[in-house]
Ligand binder design. Structure first.
Ligand code: FES
Length: 161
């Protein structure tokens, strides 16, 4: 007989629970609560969303409506190294899309997903504030500018070791 899928349990840290208690009575609180939850875990898992629904009384469907509307919110655990490819106007015009596709292809992943080894996730972001270096990519806290596709394998290799 097939076993029912085990439901993932999550227990929020006291600081997050206190934050939710403080904010849930304020108008427009859901966004703030979701930000805090993502700050705590790096993403918002199904179990976390269910727990939020329980603690706030906000229907799960509404929580998912907000999570999926704003690209900022992640529903999957990010990779150990977060690669952000800038798709602001300057970077886009100088080949940002090619960089994004090359990075995903090198790592074997598509948008919002994580490489199989859990080491990398790739996202596109808006202007990161150094347009003079376009096209730009950020890995963790390191910024790389004036990039070409050919430079990506060497840069990514540094984060594998
Ligand atoms: S558009 Fe990419 S850094 Fe500004």
């Amino acid at each position: 007989m097939a076993q029912a899928a085990q439901k993932e349990e999550i227990s929020f840290p006291p600081e997050l629970i206190a934050f939710i208690d403080e904010w849930k009575v304020k108008p427009g609180s859901l966004i703030m609560i979701l930000h805090k939850t993502q700050e705590t875990y790096g993403y918002i898992s199904r179990a976390a969303a269910e727990q939020l629904s329980l603690l706030t009384g906000i229907p799960l469907a509404r929580i998912y409506g907000v999570i999926t509307f704003y690209h900022f919110f992640k529903t999957t655990k990010p990779g150990k190294h977060k690669i952000s490819v800038c798709m602001g106007t300057a970077c886009y015009l100088k080949g940002g899309q090619d960089l994004l596709e090359e990075a995903r292809s090198l790592l074997g992943i598509s948008g919002g997903e994580v490489s199989e080894d859990g080491l990398f996730s790739v996202d596109q972001v808006r202007c990161v504030g150094c347009c003079g270096l376009a096209p730009v990519m950020v890995i963790d806290n390191d910024t790389y500018g004036k990039l070409t596709k050919e430079m990506l394998p060497g840069i990514i290799a540094k984060y594998r070791s």
